[in-house]
Every structure is written in C-alpha cells, then in structure tokens.
Design a protein around this ligand. Structure first.
Ligand code: NDP
Length: 446
C-alpha cells in the first residue's frame, strides 16, 4: 500500500490489536484492494472513515456456564460482535468452535459488513459465537449450552436490532434451541434468528443457500470465459452445510466433484463423490469419513488436508474454514492446471496464498461475494417473518439466483471501472466499500 492514510490506519490498528491475527489479515487484504478509492477521496481522512469502519460499534463477551451429562459444571466464553449497523440491523452467524476468539469474530464481522452490503438488502454486519466444541456432545448437552448462551445474548439482539444465524457448529437444531430460550425470555418473535427450522418460521431454501449461491456465482465466472460446469473436475473441502450443498448443486449441473473432507480426513473419489454416503457418515456419531472407502474401495481417504492431495482439478471450492489453504498448496494446484477458485468459506486462503492467486491471474471469487447467498436468503427469511407470510422455497431460490447475479455484476463493474480487469476480489471490496461509506457519511459522525 502506498497511500499514507491507508498505511497509517493499518499501522495504528496493528499496534492497538497486535494479537488479532485474523482480524488484521482481513483488514490488510481489504485495504490493499480499496487503495484506488482512497486515493480519489483524500477527504475521507478528515472524516476518519477507515478508523470508524475497522472499530466494531460494540463487542460483547460473556460467561456461558452449563452442566454436562456427568453433572459437571463447564464454562465457556460467548461473544457477539456488532460490527456495523450503517445499512441495517446487525446480521451475521453464530459459530461454536474451540478456536473462537475475538480476533476471529472481528474478522468475520468485518467481512460480513461488506458482504451484506453486496446483497443489496438492508442489513448491517455482525458475528458471534463461543469457544464451545459441539463435537461428541449429546443432544441434551447441546440444548443446555444453547439455553445458557441465549440467557445472556437475548438482551443484546432483536428482530430490528441484531439477527444472528448459523455458522460452523450451528445449524437448524442449535437455532431451534436458541430460539426456544429466546422465546421463553422475550416472547415469540421469530424474526430474531434466521436459519430456523421451517415449522418455526424458517424457509427450506435457507440451509442450501450458501452452497447453492456459491455455485450460481461460479457459473457466472465460468460463463464469462465461455465455459460451463458440465464435465469440470471440482475439489471441495469440508463436509458441512456449505460444502455438502455446493457439492449437490455442482453435481446437479454435471460437474465431477472428486473430494470432500472434515477436520480429520480428506476423501478423494476419482469416480465422483457419493454425497449421500458422506452425509450419512458425517451425521452418524458411531462412524467417520474413513468408512467411505469400505463402500467405495477405489476412493482414497487420507488423514491430511484435502489441499495436499496431489490431484488434477479445474476448480477448487474451499468450504471449511479460514486459512485452510496455503500458498504451497495453491501453487501445486495451479501447476496441475487449476483454473478457478471460488470461496465458500470466509477467508479460506492465507494472505500469501491470495498473492499467489493474484499473480496467476485466474478467476477467483472472494467469500464476501461468492458465499453471500446464505445471508441473502436470511434477509428474505427476515422479510417473511416481518410480513408473517411464508415464501415458497422455489420463489426464494429464484430470488437467490437473481441476487447472486447482481453481486457478480457489481464485482465485475467495480473492477472494470477501476481498471482491474476481471478481478472479482478487487471489485467486491470496492463495490461494498463504496456502499458502506456512502451510508456512513450520510449518518453524520457516528
Ligand atoms: P459446518 O460446521 O456445517 O461445516 C464445517 C466443515 O468444515 C465441517 O466438515 C468441519 O469438519 C470442517 N472444518 C471445520 N474446522 C476445520 C478445520 N480447522 N480444518 C479442516 N476442516 C474443518 O459449517 P458451515 O458449512 O456452515 O461453514 C463453513 C464455512 O463457510 C465457514 O468459513 C463459514 O464461516 C462459512 N460460511 C457459512 C455460511 C452458512 O450459511 N452456514 C454462510 C457464509 C459463510 P468437522 O465436521 O470434522 O468439524
């Protein structure tokens, strides 16, 4: 970065929060991309635009005591980072994972603010969670944890204030328990959470929306180069919500998906992933992904990162977690002919891996654009709850396709406008920054 205001803002931030590695990484990547806009607007410095955008409006942390099945009291730390309400109520998921800390939630809340701006729906950005590990916990333990978590969180959220949803370790079951406790404390207000089971006011199209939206974005990227998904070899990491739905939609459109993974294992099936079997193994507490090769002996299951598998693929879809793919892994894939990367996870590439991708100049979709389908459909769930009028799932999927097309166009248009060619990461950061800043400046000094 050459711009002195950007440099100073980043330096001040890194001195203030030196241990917030993931947050600083997200801000640094973003600052690099928006440099031409800052160059054009020296007045932003007097308005402290950058300083205001990198400091969350509010960050709450709280104790979450709960009782395990053996009657022992356990204590975790819960958080909610209300990053920005410039464009609407805070909106963003809740993550239950032992790695959760303020740095990770601030990076996710920062990204969410700009992602939500791209959807065109009136939503600000936030993120929350706890350092609770749901793996191996019984249903009762999960319920007790969710109830305790919400017993503190409820006072900070509301349908017009802050609307959490799921993320890693939090899906329909957890959202149901969280809403159950919220309802006991505040009465029935289904609009306070999204990703709810359908019977509680959710929409069938919400769980698949992030994975499907990712594939809709990818389709546009391919079309831009005169190609389509049919016959393409695709590597996907993860086996959770985003990965499994991305796999399903890619297979529906004729792609040859050859990998999926979890935290312990990577599956490579040269004949194409048997998604139903992976879901069955994932959801069975007595099984693990290593059992895949019992039914499909041609498949390899390795206790290593999926990105270390030495295989050839046209497209990589990282859909597990942040910093899952490093520069060596990206280089190896590029050497084997990789042509496209689209992020289902948030910031799955390390900073060094991003540099390698940029230099290679392959089409690359950043998570804040390509995984925005989930929050977009959450926005539609908020509308249906406010109107008390359920929307049909196919109607929602149609809207999702339109929103992903609109996000793609914004990324392309902003990148071309600033002379970046077809650089979707550059375009996504510029287009979203312009929107948030426009709103921020009209609010006065807030
Ligand atoms: P899930 O909990 O449903 O699935 C996560 C998957 O990633 C699991 O297969 C998990 O394995 C694996 N995983 C988790 N941590 C690691 C790790 N450290 N190394 C390797 N694999 C890991 O989460 P989601 O699918 O909902 O979320 C995945 C990503 O997508 C996250 O980055 C999330 O922020 C992002 N995202 C999710 C959205 C949503 O709508 N859910 C919306 C937008 C972005 P295991 O089961 O063994 O733990």
């Amino acid at each position: 970065m050459k711009n002195t205001y950007l440099n100073k803002s980043y330096r001040d931030l890194s001195q203030k929060y030196p241990h917030e590695r993931e947050f600083l990484q997200a801000v640094h990547l973003f600052f690099n991309e928006i440099e031409p806009v800052i160059d054009l607007h020296p007045e932003y410095q007097d308005q402290a635009v950058l300083e205001r955008l990198v400091e969350p409006e509010r960050a709450i942390s709280f104790r979450v005591p709960w009782v395990n099945d053996q009657g022992k009291v356990k204590v975790n730390t819960g958080y909610r980072v209300q990053f920005s309400s410039v464009l609407g109520p805070y909106k963003g998921g809740i993550r239950f994972d032992p790695s959760v800390n303020l740095s990770i939630l601030k990076f996710l809340g920062f990204e969410q603010t700009f992602k939500n701006a791209l959807t065109g729906l009136p939503m600000g950005g936030g993120k929350g969670g706890a350092d609770f590990d749901p793996r191996g916990k019984s249903d009762q333990e999960i319920m007790r944890f969710c109830q305790s978590f919400m017993t503190e969180l409820y006072r900070h959220i509301g349908p017009d204030l802050d609307v959490p949803a799921g993320d890693i370790g939090v899906a329909g079951r957890e959202i149901g328990y969280l809403y159950g406790q919220y309802k006991r404390l505040q009465g029935p207000k289904p609009g306070v959470l999204t990703g709810k089971p359908v019977i509680l006011g959710g929409n069938e199209s919400r769980p698949p929306a992030t994975g499907y939206g990712l594939i809709y974005f990818l389709k546009q990227m391919l079309a831009e180069t005169g190609q389509d998904l049919a016959g393409k070899t695709v590597m996907i990491s993860g086996a959770g919500n985003v990965a499994s739905h991305a796999c399903r939609k890619a297979q529906e459109l004729g792609a040859h998906v050859v990998t999926l993974s979890d935290i312990d294992y990577a599956i490579y099936d040269p004949k194409g992933i048997d998604l139903e079997l992976v879901i069955q193994l994932r959801d069975d507490p007595q099984a693990n992904l290593a059992d895949y090769s019992k039914r499909h002996p041609q498949a390899q299951v390795r206790a290593q990162s999926v990105w270390d598998l030495a295989i050839e693929a046209d497209i990589a879809l990282p859909c597990a977690t942040q910093n899952e793919m490093n520069h060596k892994q990206v280089k190896r894939l590029l050497n084997k002919g990789l042509g496209f990367i689209a992020e289902g996870a948030n910031m799955p590439l390390t900073a060094e891996a991003c540099r390698v991708v940029k230099e290679a100049e392959i089409p690359y979709a950043p998570g804040k654009a390509s995984n925005a389908g989930g929050v977009a459909v959450s926005g539609l769930e908020m509308c249906q709850n406010a109107a008390r009028l359920p929307m049909k799932p196919d109607q929602v999927d149609q809207r999702l396709q339109e929103i992903m097309t609109h996000i793609f166009s914004q990324c392309k248009e902003a990148s071309l406008r600033y002379g970046g060619g077809l650089n979707y990461a550059f375009g996504a950061d510029i287009a979203s920054f312009e929107k948030v800043v426009e709103g921020l400046l009209q609010l006065g000094v807030v």
